[in-house]
Design a protein around this ligand. Structure first.
Ligand code: ZN
Length: 66
């Protein structure tokens, strides 16, 4: 198995890792409620996908009581 001849310097490692940041998610407005959602996914706010209800949105009752 091939083995690196010498260890990478801190500078080389840090230069490489400078590109490891996570990018912003691509958000699009929902066609029903206009809240931002991920494209090609059910809206987490209203449960709509392609102009019809696919999934009933979760109602957070426990948090509203507190
Ligand atoms: Zn929606």
């Amino acid at each position: 198995m091939a083995v690196p001849k010498r260890r990478k310097s801190k500078s080389k490692v840090r230069t490489k890792r400078a590109h490891h940041a996570i990018g912003k998610p691509n958000l699009v407005p929902c066609s029903n409620c206009n809240s931002y959602k991920l494209p090609h996914r059910i809206c987490p706010t209203c449960g709509f996908y392609k102009d019809r209800v696919v999934l009933e949105p979760k109602v957070k009752k426990a948090k509203e009581d507190n």
